[in-house]
Design a protein around this ligand. Structure first.
Ligand SMILES: Cc1ncc(C[n+]2csc(CCOP(=O)(O)OP(=O)(O)O)c2C)c(N)n1
Ligand SMILES: [Mg+2]
Length: 583
């Protein structure tokens, strides 16, 4: 069999450690698909093809794999509509900092620019969705451009895109591709001595100090907690930072923002100095405007959410380790203890509200379902959450512990992400429990990915919060004082649909049946779906409501509970208060 450019591309990927590609074959991509087939699959040193039912699903799956493993993951789509389906998930991966390579095949090269069937301009389409996007227009480019895209994805943490016309893939290639290493390390900029000294001075001059951390704390968790200990500083976090900062944290004061709870908002606003560490939390309405310091590896993020007294563009761990020797242990715990007590009061009040009412209410309250899922899921489960109210339930009820992982479309906020992300998570971690917390709207949007899970016998657990509504949008309308418009629809029996796709299913309408059904679904060793009919009227109430929104809420709902439930968080808060040292 003569060698083709498609084989060269495959070889570059194999050299970079790629063992699978999520995608949907067709037309311009077929020559590459054939090279993958001939490679014999990962078991024989080649590459596996994971067939999906929508290219968007391929990109979300690759994104989840990249986020879980930290390594390059690959997706592929054919020309025109294949590309435009792919782009949603690629953009999502890119904005999430997931190292993903997208192979976007293109129409025949001699037709480019003629308005040909399925023609798009992929380099322009993917430009905003990637760090690198180049077209291979002749065979001699393939090796270097493919390596360039891979290197950009793994080095800069985002998407790299290779556009390649189908006819170029089928051209003959004379030589095997020489091996070349993929450099996975990233630059770790250190702060200057002056920057560290200035920060130490600011800290010494400040009375009450609070910390707000995000996903950028991942590799510096121990240093952040040591800083909090040294300064007696309460620690709040963003949703992406929850996975990293909430568990085993005696300084935890919860989350701020629309999904927020506890005393995070209060801590940040009552502090004299706030340290923003590894976070690009976008909702500036919830952030303090004075005396802020920010440390982030990316200089472009400094000061774009809040005005800064000082910003340091450096690796967080290196910065904190340079700073800590300058700081003495503070004796005064009064601010920290006040905030821990305020946090405990806020979350305990809401838990009482929650447990007194929602465990027996019908239609079932989504808070109750989320709390049960938190209990029955494995200690090292991966949760993927759909955009919509599932984000709220995940933020408030799914308890991180350092071994669980929470994945979502946290930055781009795309619907329908949970199921395809669960598929990618399950493919790359076969023995691990993977739970998709799906909205009925989200599931309906990429429903075909149920077939992907079934085709590959992936034992994902899909939990559907089936409120017959675009619940979050419904809430937005109520908050604006408008009646819900085009948000609600007839009941759908997702259990029946999934059963038709070959899933093990349970459908639940009675609160008393939730736990048993969840256990049955979670114990099943194949693809399984739990369809729970929930109320669309559950309210998500932030820990701080701007006055104009509060008016809308009041108008629409008449009355409301001023805190949503928060599940296990209350136990952690109580424990932290109990552990406050006696004078
Ligand atoms: C692709 C896309 N379209 C529209 C939106 C706007 N949007 C955000 S949440 C949401 C409703 C989600 O409904 P569902 O999945 O049923 O979850 P629920 O909020 O009801 O729990 C919509 C329409 C979006 N974020 N993404
Ligand atoms: Mg819904």
């Amino acid at each position: 069999m003569p060698r083709h450019v498609a084989d060269d591309l495959l070889e570059v990927l194999v050299h970079a450690g790629v063992t699978r590609i999520y995608g949907l074959v067709g037309d311009s991509l077929n020559a590459f698909g054939d090279a993958v087939r001939r490679s014999g699959g990962a078991a024989k040193g080649g590459i596996d093809w994971v067939h999906v039912h929508n290219e968007e699903g391929a990109a979300f799956a690759a994104s989840a794999e990249a986020q879980l493993t930290g390594r390059l993951a690959v997706c592929a789509g054919g020309c025109g509509p294949g590309n435009t389906h792919l782009i949603q998930g690629v953009l999502d991966a890119h904005r999430s900092g997931a190292p993903v390579l997208a192979l976007a095949s293109h129409i025949p090269s001699r037709q480019i620019g003629t308005g040909y069937f399925q023609e798009t301009k992929p380099e322009a389409l993917f430009a905003q969705a990637s760090y690198y996007c180049e077209m291979i227009s002749q065979p001699s480019q393939v090796t270097r451009l493919a390596r360039g895209a891979i290197q950009a994805a793994v080095g800069k943490r985002g998407a790299g895109v290779i556009v390649i016309p189908g006819d170029v893939l089928t051209e003959h290639s004379a030589e095997p591709v020489p091996a070349s290493v993929t450099v996975t390390g990233r630059p770790r900029p250190a702060p200057s001595e002056q920057e560290v000294a200035e920060l130490a001075q600011r800290i010494q001059a400040a009375g009450r100090i609070a910390i707000f951390g995000g996903i950028g704390c991942t590799d510096a968790r121990a240093d952040v907690l040591e800083l909090a200990r040294r300064l007696n500083a309460p620690v709040g976090h963003s949703l992406r930072g929850k996975d990293v900062l909430q568990y085993d944290n005696p300084f935890d004061v919860g989350m701020t923002g629309l999904l927020g709870y506890g005393a995070c908002y209060k801590s940040l606003h009552d502090a004299d100095l706030v340290l923003f560490l590894g976070t690009d939390f976008p909702y500036d309405d919830f952030l303090p405007v004075k005396n802020n310091v920010q440390v982030d590896i990316d200089p472009a993020r400094l000061g774009r959410r809040v005005p800064l007294a000082q910003g340091i563009a450096a690796d967080l761990g290196l910065t904190l380790r340079a700073l800590l020797p300058h700081l003495e242990q503070r004796r005064d715990r009064s601010f920290l203890d006040d905030m821990l007590r305020a946090h405990e009061r806020a979350v305990s009040h809401s838990v009482d509200t929650y447990s007194a009412h929602v465990s027996s209410k019908k239609p079932i309250h989504p808070e109750y379902l989320a709390a049960v899922i938190d209990e029955v899921a494995d200690e090292d489960a991966v949760f993927t959450a759909d955009t919509g109210m599932c984000c709220t339930w995940t933020a408030r009820y799914i308890t991180p512990n350092g071994r669980r992982r929470l994945l979502g479309s946290w930055v781009h906020g795309s619907m329908a992400n949970a199921l395809p992300m669960a598929i990618g998570a399950q493919v790359c971690s076969p023995g691990r429990q993977v739970v998709s917390l799906s909205g009925d709207g989200g599931l309906a949007m990429l429903l075909g990915e149920l077939l992907t899970a079934k085709t590959h016998r992936l034992p994902v657990k899909v939990v559907v919060f089936n409120n017959s509504s675009l619940g979050m949008v419904r809430l937005e309308m109520l908050a604006a004082g408008d009646p819900p418009f085009e948000t609600d629809h007839d009941h759908v029996d997702f259990a029946a649909i999934a059963a038709g796709a070959g899933f093990f299913t349970r459908r639940v309408t009675e609160p008393g049946d939730v736990r048993d059904a969840a256990q049955a679904v979670f114990c099943h060793d194949g693809p399984a779906l739990l369809d729970v009919v929930t109320t669309p009227d559950a309210t998500e109430v932030p820990s701080h409501i701007p006055p104009e929104d509060a008016k809308g809420f009041a108008l629409s709902l008449g009355k409301m509970v001023l805190d949503g439930g928060v599940g296990e968080v209350a136990n952690i808060a109580r424990l932290n208060v109990r552990n406050i040292p006696r004078p």
